[in-house]
Design a protein around this ligand. Structure first.
Ligand SMILES: *Cc1c(COP(=O)(O)O)cnc(C)c1O
Length: 396
């Protein structure tokens, strides 16, 4: 077994992760834990999942050699185009996989949490397609900030529940979704949007997103004749697009893995979402990992210009990749991400999501050799961020 895979009881590096959950949630999580691996490995599931990924989501997504970015940074830069997945981001890969698992478990009602709304839209989308009832919990503040995504979810037939408790943001929406699940243990399945939450979610979501690195491997060999890239770079909020991009390279230590967090206004500013840089060990949403907390162990609200990166924790896999030294963890400020988004747009004609712009912002921070082959995952497209971009770029 790999040093980087999850143990039988749900830990990475024998310590990070686990399932620290209230007793009332135990039957739900246990049912999933006992069945998820077998379902994912079954021929039935594989066939249906692959068909949906190909014909519905639009996979495989291109691995695109970005010539002008390559000239600019003096290295061979390939963009993995998750921005071209149906609904505009990698999140649909996971939502499609989980709803198939929910169906196999006989569930009829889906719940989800969402911050920026991307996971909510992905979940509402697969529920429409599969004819399942869908309830999405979203912080009240976020429903106002991301109004368009609320309308998309409603048009797709989901019920969007604005959450007023706490700060009215993602962690509060997550708490509310967990409460719903405890109250509806029989018919309901909770589709979590990243590699976070109690075991087996981090492992299950990583496996569902691992199609990203599976494709990268095949496409990279075909395009370059070489076995592996020198670098794989991705942004991390909870860590699912990074986990998917890294997955099939984890055991090949020649491939440098770079995860990029959102520094917000700077890691020392108190307005940041750089959880690995600034967080401390604790338990959040059932998982032992690093998280942003105050001296009393209360969760500190993270900040980033990018709504998809401001989760106060981080997936336990990424904590382990950081602690074990397997991955390099960088961070990028709001301004660095904005600059990187503009550069990518100008040089390649690709407007990236603000989240993905954080991965692009790592490029000037790494000392590449001219022959280095670099794969960078563009996790989503920038349409949803146009208001933020317009505001930022009209200032200078
Ligand atoms: C949600 C989101 C992210 C962050 O989530 P991860 O689980 O860290 O991948 C990154 N990019 C986009 C486009 C997103 O929608």
């Amino acid at each position: 077994m790999s040093k980087y895979s999850v143990s039988e009881d749900g830990f990475y590096g024998n310590y990070w992760g686990g399932d620290f959950i209230p007793e009332m949630l135990y039957p739900n999580v246990e049912l999933l834990r006992r069945n998820y691996q077998q379902i994912i490995d079954s021929e039935d599931f594989k066939k249906e999942f692959n068909n949906l990924l190909n014909d519905y989501a639009g996979r495989p997504t291109p691995l695109y050699y970005a010539q002008r970015l390559s000239e600019y940074f003096n290295a061979n830069i390939f963009l993995k185009r998750e921005d071209l997945v149906h609904t505009g981001a990698h999140k649909l890969n996971n939502a499609l996989g989980q709803i198939l698992i929910a169906k196999k478990l006989g569930k009829t009602r889906i719940i989800a949490e969402t911050g920026a709304g991307q996971h909510g839209v992905a979940t509402a989308t697969v529920c429409a397609k599969m004819n399942m009832k869908c309830v999405v919990y979203m912080g009240k503040v976020d429903t106002q900030r991301q109004h368009l995504n609320v309308q998309r979810m409603k048009m797709l037939g989901a019920e969007v529940v604005p959450v007023e408790s706490g700060n009215g943001t993602l962690k509060d929406a997550t708490n509310e979704a967990i409460r719903d699940w405890i109250n509806n243990p029989q018919n309901t399945f909770y589709i979590i949007g990243s590699v976070v939450g109690p075991h087996p979610y981090p492992d299950m979501v990583a496996k569902l997103q691992s199609v990203i690195s599976q494709e990268i491997k095949q496409q990279f060999i075909k395009q370059t004749g070489k076995e592996n890239p020198d670098y794989v770079i991705a942004c991390v909020g909870g860590g699912s697009n990074a986990a998917g991009s890294f997955y099939h390279f984890l055991d090949n230590e020649n491939v440098k893995l770079v995860a990029v967090e959102a520094a917000g206004l700077g890691t020392e500013s108190g307005q940041t979402a750089a959880t690995i840089a600034k967080g401390e060990e604790g338990i959040i949403h059932g998982s032992r990992t690093l998280l942003m907390q105050d001296n009393n162990g209360q969760i500190v609200e993270p900040y980033s210009i990018s709504a998809g990166l401001d989760y106060p924790g981080i997936g336990p896999l990424h904590t382990w990749l950081s602690k074990s030294g397997r991955a390099t963890i960088l961070n990028a400020t709001d301004q660095e991400a904005l600059d990187a988004a503009m550069l990518c747009t100008k040089l390649e004609g690709i407007i990236p999501a603000l989240e993905s712009a954080h991965a692009l912002a790592a490029l000037p921070k790494i000392k590449f050799n001219p022959n280095d082959n670099v794969v960078l995952t563009v996790s989503g497209r920038g349409d949803k961020d146009m208001e933020t971009y317009i505001k930022a770029f009209s200032k200078n």
